[in-house]
Ligand binder design. Structure first.
Ligand SMILES: [Zn+2]
Ligand SMILES: [Zn+2]
Length: 186
């Protein structure tokens, strides 16, 4: 089994968790998890851990390692099918690569630890589902929209508008306030 990133390096059997076997690349630090190994481990951890979003400082920072051609397609070390990229979202800045044929998953160096820090390591296969991916896209477009307004209003102006918006959104007379803002400014 060859590393999908380094291409030539052999993957060696290793333990990612106490009962989770993976194939590890010594050179790039990546890990390959076969789907049955993941589900075997998941079976022993039936209770889904609540997502931990609270202390981003406690979560090991994910340092994307210098990939030669990060956009280059990766291929499954087991069945040679192309690996499909799925954005994790939820504040995680990397994608996971899954084989559409055999279901194995590739984690670049530190990605498993980074997911684990957020309790997302037990949701890996949920990340690949359509509803999760749809939510990631919605979050992304909201963020892009916010970025656009931030540029338009300036940092300080944007924060002020955001504060006003939150106040208005929660106000029982929201509709009237909006009408006032729209039509009484002249
Ligand atoms: Zn490698
Ligand atoms: Zn495969």
């Amino acid at each position: 089994m060859k590393c999908p990133v380094c291409k030539t390096e052999e993957l060696a059997a290793s333990a990612l968790e106490q009962s989770l076997t993976c194939r590890h690349c010594e050179r790039c630090g990546g890990n390959w998890i076969q789907s049955f190994e993941y589900w075997k481990w998941r079976e022993q951890h039936k209770d889904n851990l609540p997502e931990n979003l609270l202390d981003p400082d406690d979560v090991p920072a994910h340092v994307p390692h210098p990939k030669t051609g990060a956009l280059q397609a990766k291929f499954c070390p087991e069945c040679s099918s192309i690996l499909v990229r799925y954005k994790v979202g939820h504040g995680v800045n990397f994608s996971l690569d899954q084989c559409g044929n055999c279901g194995g998953v590739w984690f670049d160096k530190d990605e498993w630890e980074s997911l684990k820090g957020r309790n997302l390591h037990d949701d890996v296969y949920t990340v690949f589902t359509a509803p999760w991916q749809a939510k990631v896209r919605t979050q992304e477009s909201l963020r892009a929209q916010e970025e656009l307004y931030r540029k338009k209003f300036g940092e300080e102006g944007f924060e002020e508008v955001k504060r006003m918006k939150e106040w208005i959104d929660e106000h029982p007379r929201k509709q009237e306030i909006l009408a006032y803002l729209m039509y009484s400014s002249r």
